[in-house]
Design a binder for this molecule. Structure first.
Ligand SMILES: [Zn+2]
Length: 446
């Protein structure tokens, strides 16, 4: 395959360069001007050619909760949004990925479903910590990109860690040289605030007040202090406040945010209600503006979707307290950042490429294979028409989840083709053109 005349995002360059990309055997074989010698030509004149998006935070819920999402629908949604690799969380499938047997169960359930490449995170809960956890993790560490933990958890199957337990996990992770990912909201604060706010009312604002800015700041402060003490490798997922980002960057840690924290505020949550219910909740407008600035400055390492859809009956349960927390996001991640970040000049072209692809590949140790357009790497590419516009319609999402807070928003720039290892898997006119199972399992050891 030969991609001609595209505006290609080459590593290290501030702006795209008009150049050809040649693909052979699923890899990038050559990059240069006036390349020829291939009959399969894609004319990318006027189009942007980016390294395929990497979404390192999805909940595809498979096996166990496939009424919400499964690997086929989740991966199709991702492909339609220019994502070529996802890393799935360990906690929202049954059994949770806390040991190698459970990982095998998950892999055998999903490996013939994905249309894009995928990896897993493992996890440690208060339950799995009691069950020969270190030996389990030693075996698991070769197959997962990190260990997910929670300071607060809404899942019975995946209970939270207290600070002491978290320190034990960090110590083990340090020996195994694997990052620890944390959902950072303070348990004590949120538990008491929730009890009080539930008595107060049933509005989005009540829910927000049960988990306000300070709940995240306290948790991040504690986590960073414990990581500093241990000397471990910590990553904070879906960060929502500028202050917490500053704490992360003062310590030995990295962080990600999600598009919904860059798009929406508490005021929006009060208007939109449950379709914007996420955990942690969206915050005030000044935090949203700070997150954009910190992203542009490179203090937020990357943006991930936290894709976690749910069907109508779970999303609209009758109370904000019991409505499912989570939204479909992997299809809108890259389009949102392209339109609202790059087009609105909040982030540079180079930064866009870093936060949707390069930085996650580097952070999780597979930059040698993916995350940039370089000779020898997997030919994972996203072709975007910068002149086209499209409007988000939940019912048209390829995810099982159709309820999105981005409903009705018009984005500049449209994904035209998504290419995984040299094969077009999504085409804007033909839809998904890869078979289920084309996507390969990616791990630190393969
Ligand atoms: Zn998540």
């Amino acid at each position: 395959m030969l991609i001609k005349n595209g505006q290609v995002a080459l590593p290290g360059l501030d702006e795209p360069k008009i150049i050809d990309v040649k693909i052979e055997g699923g890899k990038i074989a050559d990059i240069g001007e006036n390349l020829s010698g291939d009959s399969d030509i894609i004319d990318a004149s006027g189009m942007y050619v980016l390294p395929g998006g990497i979404d390192p935070h999805t909940h595809f819920d498979d096996p166990g909760y496939t009424q919400r999402e499964d690997f086929y629908h989740g991966s199709c949604a991702a492909a339609s949004g220019g994502i070529t690799t996802i890393i799935d969380m360990p906690c929202t499938s049954i059994p949770p990925v806390t040991d190698i047997e459970n990982l095998r169960k998950k892999l055998s359930a999903v490996e013939r479903k994905s249309v894009i490449d995928f990896g897993f995170f493992g996890g440690v809960s208060a339950l799995s910590l009691q069950q020969n956890f270190f030996e389990n993790f030693k075996k698991l560490a070769n197959y997962v990109f990190g260990i997910k933990t929670y300071f607060i958890s809404g899942m019975d199957t995946f209970p939270r860690l207290n600070h002491y337990q978290f320190k034990k996990v960090l110590e083990a992770a340090k020996i195994l040289k694997i990052p620890v990912l944390l959902h950072a909201e303070d348990f004590d604060y949120v538990s008491s605030a929730t009890q009080e706010m539930m008595k107060r009312g049933d509005s989005p604002r009540d829910y927000y007040l049960s988990r306000p800015e300070i709940a995240e700041i306290l948790a991040v402060q504690n986590a960073v202090e414990i990581a500093r003490l241990v000397g471990a490798d910590l990553h904070i997922v879906h960060i929502t406040t500028g202050k917490a980002v500053e704490i992360v960057k003062s310590g030995p840690a990295t962080c990600e945010t999600a598009p919904h924290y860059l798009a929406f505020t508490l005021d929006d949550f009060e208007k939109i209600g449950s379709p914007l219910k996420v955990t942690p909740p969206v915050k005030t407008a000044d935090n949203r503006e700070k997150l954009w600035k910190l992203l542009a400055q490179g203090k937020i390492d990357f943006v991930a979707s936290d894709h976690a859809p749910a069907p109508e009956e779970e999303k609209f349960s009758g109370s904000i307290w019991t409505d499912y927390s989570g939204i479909p996001g992997t299809a809108t991640l890259l389009p949102f950042l392209f339109s609202e970040g790059l087009f609105k000049k909040r982030i540079s072209f180079k930064k866009l490429v870093q936060i949707v692809s390069e930085n996650a590949a580097k952070r999780y140790g597979f930059f040698g294979r993916k995350g940039s357009i370089e000779i020898g790497k997997d030919a994972d590419l996203t072709i975007i028409d910068p002149e086209a516009h499209w409007t988000v319609k939940g019912e048209k999402l390829l995810s099982k989840g159709k309820i999105t807070p981005f409903e009705g928003m018009t984005f500049s720039g449209k994904i035209v083709k998504t290419i995984v290892r040299g094969k077009v898997v999504y085409d804007s006119s033909a839809g998904i053109v890869a078979d289920a199972g084309y996507g390969k399992f990616l791990s630190p050891s393969n």
